[in-house]
Design a protein around this ligand. Structure first.
Ligand code: GSH
Length: 290
């Protein structure tokens, strides 16, 4: 551990104890659902609808990656991608119900069941879900060797990088109970570095992995497009308007029906809490009368 004068620590005088103890009341947003152990805290079955694919999720950046892909598949005519989307309220701890934990032992959305296979297939980790669906339907994942590898490069880049944006920058800038300059500077630097990586790539290619629109775009857009769209109210702080290539790519994606629909799913406040049929979107996406 780097040497430091405890007087400069935050809070002043803090010295990490030899054995860490769980302080339930740390005051940060989400403190009530964070625990140092895994597993179910209540017995609760998951609902099951009529379609083969059952999605248990919430309309966060990790959640909408999957609903964008499902809506893109449906828009492209893959009717087997019909799905029921159930809302898992992570702020209320729904991810710790026994049914959810049996699908995702990591207690995080998104999670999915494919009931068309025997035995049925459980899915967790958004990148794994995107890959599974792209393979199952043979769509949005190129088959040529180089293009497929490049798509997976960028999908894995997103899965490895975005936790620094959400769990790092977003947490310390927006959710921590007080502002820590060191932490905010560290993660703002890394978030801007990642935005620059993406902007540079999109200066060379139409979509992230090349000429084709793929699951890599669907994974990356909710996070980095989210920052440009002012997630954490941080667009100005991060000068997000400077990334013109990201903006150009976002405009292309946001014009797509699949992206428009996917962004609305499992959002109780400003979209569809649940989604069971394409007609569920009608009241939200219908042109305003008059
Ligand atoms: N690496 C996971 C991350 C999933 C994740 O962090 N989900 C968050 C919401 S975006 C969650 O469920 N949080 C609830 C909790 O931490 O208890 C993925 O990509 O699926």
């Amino acid at each position: 551990m780097a040497d430091s004068d405890p007087a400069n620590n935050q809070p002043a005088g803090y010295v990490p104890p030899s054995v860490w103890q769980w302080d339930k009341g740390n005051g940060g947003q989400f403190a009530n659902i964070n625990r140092p152990i895994s597993g179910a805290t209540s017995d609760k079955d998951l609902p099951v609808g009529k379609h083969p694919l059952q999605l248990y999720s919430m309309g966060t950046p990790n959640g909408i990656k999957v609903t964008i892909l499902l809506e893109e598949l449906l828009a492209a005519g893959y009717s087997g991608a019909e799905y029921d989307a159930w809302l898992i309220k992570i702020g209320d701890g729904d991810q710790f119900g026994s049914g959810f934990v049996s699908v995702n032992p990591n207690s995080k959305i998104p999670a999915m069941l494919d009931r068309s296979t025997d035995p049925q297939t459980r899915l967790f980790e958004s990148g794994s879900i995107l890959f599974y669906l792209a393979e199952k339907f043979g769509a949005f994942l190129p088959t040529e060797h180089y293009k497929r590898a490049e798509t997976m490069n960028w999908l894995m880049w997103q899965m490895g990088s975005a936790p620094f944006v959400g769990g790092g920058f977003g947490h310390f800038y927006a959710y921590a109970p007080f502002k820590i300059e060191y932490a905010i500077n560290r993660y703002a630097m890394e978030t801007k570095r990642q935005l620059h990586v993406l902007d540079t790539q999109l200066g060379k290619t139409e979509f992230v992995a090349g000429d084709d629109y793929t699951i890599a775009d669907m994974a990356i857009y909710p996070w980095y497009g989210g920052i440009v769209n002012n997630a954490y109210s941080a667009a100005e702080f991060l000068s997000a308007g400077d990334y013109a290539n990201i903006r150009r790519w976002m405009d292309q994606l946001e014009a797509r029906t699949g992206v428009k629909r996917g962004r609305l799913v499992n959002r109780a406040a400003d979209g569809l809490a649940e989604r069971h049929d394409a007609s569920d979107f009608d009241r939200l996406l219908a042109p305003a009368a008059g």
